[in-house]
Design a protein around this ligand. Structure first.
Ligand code: SF4
Length: 383
């Protein structure tokens, strides 16, 4: 039987770099973008020859960067190429990231026709002075036009990305952002707090960062307002209307297999140790991240890590526990053997005693207190 696969396609271009962003993305000329998309199609061809026959594709995610900043027709061709080379399920979830001001109704119609059925729009805040501070290219008004264009083109599954703990952001600003977004009734909302990453312009700036109490209040307000409006939290930072959870991201948290295509894209695959060997190794791979050599058709992996049994078990906990439903200890025993759970008795016991995890009906999941300090909970599972 064929195995389920998710595909991630990376478009590493943005109109301008945001001040807090450490993703693999940069502005580029139209010519470079076009060369890249042609190379991407070649990579799809090569990787399909290697992997396609084992799998049925259940989800596709086109991310970046800003996928909607490149030529819409060429991007649709990339998607067509995936569909031609891989067996893609008729009901596959096909998501695409979009930034306000980079796509209009005509482009959205093209994406819809090419099979994209879920859109993720980066808004971050509804206050223009905060968007400007973040170095975003758009205003709230431009976001509204983009959102409306997407709805009119037929998108019925839209996520809006938000950020809290922004420098200079007040609790009232954040509440206004949440309320204005809720009024639009998106199917899904992602709400992350700002993390100032090394190597970004924000890192070298004197920022008026928020105190811990305000950050916590924003965090609590998100859950309160969103649940009052019918969104359930299904992962630490992700909320959805029932049945509208992002299937692609669930694959990451549940350690399903995914193939990354494009510059610097990551994959997680379960491959045979040798040709036709029955046992499999779990491998995390990262594509070449040098644009110049990628454009010379270097589709090699620059990182290849075969997980040890212990690493796979640790991942099972620290990825799976991000989801509010938690992890199944029965599934753990099935995957890794009955005895190995003993290796994690201390971590489980300590977290349960501290009120950070609850064990109930064979499931282990975060408490409200555990969500607040989830990094501490996860660290305890690491050797
Ligand atoms: S739009 Fe997204 S990927 Fe592009 S620079 Fe801004 S945060 Fe980074």
């Amino acid at each position: 039987m064929k195995k389920a696969l998710s595909i991630y396609i990376h478009i590493p271009f943005c109109v301008r770099k945001c001040a807090y962003c450490d993703f693999l993305s940069a502005p580029a000329t139209r010519e470079v973008q076009e060369q890249y998309l042609h190379m991407l199609m070649r990579e799809i061809h090569e990787k399909a020859a290697r992997y396609a026959k084992e799998y049925v594709v259940k989800t596709i995610f086109i991310g970046g960067g800003t996928p909607t900043s490149v030529d819409a027709d060429l991007l649709c061709q990339v998607l067509e190429k995936v569909k031609a080379q891989f067996e893609v399920s008729v009901d596959a979830e096909i998501s695409m990231e979009c930034n306000p001001g980079t796509a209009d109704k005509i482009a959205f119609k093209k994406y819809c026709q090419a099979g994209v059925n879920r859109l993720s729009i980066g808004l971050q805040s509804t206050q223009n002075h905060l968007l400007q501070k973040l170095g975003r290219i758009h205003t709230f008004e431009q976001f509204l036009d983009t959102y409306q264009g997407a709805r009119e083109a037929g998108f019925t599954n839209i996520n809006i990305d938000l950020m809290s703990a922004l420098p200079g952001q007040t609790l009232a600003d954040y509440e206004q952002t949440l309320r204005e977004v809720l009024a639009l009734k998106p199917e899904h909302i992602s709400a992350y707090s700002l993390i100032v990453e090394e190597g970004t312009p924000f890192y070298d700036m004197e920022l008026n960062l928020l105190d811990e109490d305000t950050e916590r209040m924003m965090y609590e307000l998100t859950e309160k307002l969103l649940s009052e409006h019918g969104y359930h939290r299904y992962e630490i930072s992700n909320y959805a209307r029932k049945g509208m959870e992002c299937k692609h991201n669930q694959v990451y948290w549940e350690r399903g297999e995914y193939l990354g295509l494009g510059l610097g894209a990551s994959s997680f695959l379960k491959l045979p140790w040798k040709d036709d060997a029955p046992s499999e190794k779990e491998v995390r791979l990262r594509n070449n991240s040098n644009l110049k050599t990628y454009l010379d058709s270097d589709f090699s992996y620059e990182e290849e890590l075969v997980l040890t049994g212990r690493e796979a078990m640790e991942e099972f906990f620290f990825l799976g526990l991000r989801q509010m439903k938690g992890v199944s200890l029965i599934q753990f025993a099935e995957e890794f053997g009955e005895d190995t759970i003993e290796w994690f008795y201390d971590a489980i016991g300590q977290n349960v005693r501290d009120g950070l995890l609850v064990q109930e009906g064979g499931m282990l999941f975060l408490t409200k207190k555990g969500i607040d300090v989830s990094n501490l909970v996860f660290e305890r599972f690491l050797e």
